[in-house]
Design a protein around this ligand. Structure first.
Ligand SMILES: Nc1ncnc2c1ncn2[C@@H]1O[C@H](COP(=O)(O)OP(=O)(O)OP(=O)(O)O)[C@@H](O)[C@H]1O
Length: 300
């Protein structure tokens, strides 16, 4: 696979302070890549330097083999950009917004209906943009970023401020976009979202990339224990402590909780005792990775 984005030694300073501090990564063609970090970590600034919207103070960016800064018109038809604050044209319907964006790039008219369908807005085609719900407006702005059929799509916190159901709907749309072969770069402060969607994530904090890799690999690298819980009463505490692979045993009102770094023999022993009622198994998450890297709990 070829590299769609190459970033090296990227720096942006405001008032002498580096808000993006020596950032380097590559994104491969067709990859779903996430920049993950708390508010103010430098995600948007990094993204905008890659998109050619802000000038870096140092470092290099290659996007589809070209330099995005100074403004590079050759890149515009090949990239789709969804900014954090969405602006639509006044009083145009969803369909009209899309055809207006599409006409800037000579996109065929058939793309408009195709994009409405992709983001699930076919039945809102004739609704004015300002009358759409938050989630529908986000989906329309993603459709606008895609209407000219770009190779790379940049999405800046597309699910911020959406309710849980709208976020899930949007995740399906984002997966579908990537499945159609687009390279997707997403910023998010939601750990679960990054874990679910991204092939690889860069965890960024105070302008620096702390760790990068596939979410599952980052989590596995932690060597954190697995928490296994079963219904209270399924197992006596004394017996639980004797099971193979158990590190700790505790109990709350509803469950017996066992932690283990070698869960396979423990699960098998629970099965032998017919003590699997209400079974839940929880591994570490990216939040634990963040805690491990920074020493502080993750607050989006
Ligand atoms: N034009 C600017 N002038 C001065 N400071 C800025 C400017 N743009 C961003 N910053 C600062 O740079 C830091 C990084 O901002 P950035 O928007 O890149 O963070 P982020 O990770 O995208 O956060 P969020 O999730 O809140 O958008 C913040 O401290 C912000 O206040």
């Amino acid at each position: 696979m070829t590299d769609t984005i190459e970033v090296e030694g990227l720096v942006k300073r405001y008032a002498g302070k580096a808000v993006v501090d020596d950032v380097a990564f590559t994104v491969r063609e067709g990859e779903f890549f996430g920049l993950l970090g708390p508010n103010g970590a430098g995600k948007t600034t990094t993204l905008e330097m890659i998109e050619g919207l802000r000038e870096p103070d140092a470092g290099t960016v290659r996007l589809l083999g070209e330099a995005p800064w100074p403004r590079n018109p050759a890149l515009l038809p090949r990239i789709g950009v969804q900014l954090q604050a969405t602006a639509f044209f006044d009083r145009l319907t969803a369909r009209e917004q899309l055809s207006t964006f599409g006409s800037l790039y000579d996109a065929p008219a058939s793309r408009v209906d195709e994009m409405l369908e992709l983001v699930g807005l076919t039945d809102k085609a004739d609704t004015q943009a300002e009358k759409l719900s938050g989630g529908q407006a986000q989906r329309l702005s993603i459709a606008c970023a895609l209407v000219h059929d770009p190779d790379v799509v940049f999405l800046d916190e597309p699910t911020a401020a959406l309710d849980p159901q709208a976020r899930r709907n949007l995740w399906d749309v984002l997966r579908e976009i990537n499945a159609r072969g687009k390279t997707v770069v997403l910023t998010t402060h939601y750990m679960d979202e990054a874990e679910l969607l991204c092939d690889r994530v860069a965890i960024i904090d105070e302008g620096r990339i702390l760790r990068m890799g596939p979410p599952a690999e980052l989590v596995r690298g932690l060597d954190a224990p697995v928490r296994i819980s079963v219904e209270r009463g399924a197992l006596q505490l004394d017996e639980a402590r004797t099971l193979p692979g158990v590190d700790e045993v505790s109990e709350d009102a509803a469950s017996v909780v066992l932690t283990s770094r070698t869960p396979a023999p423990l699960l098998s022993a629970l099965a032998d005792r017919d003590a699997l009622a209400g079974l839940q198994v929880r591994g570490a998450t990216l939040e634990d990775v963040f805690l491990d890297l920074t020493g502080r709990a993750y607050r989006a």
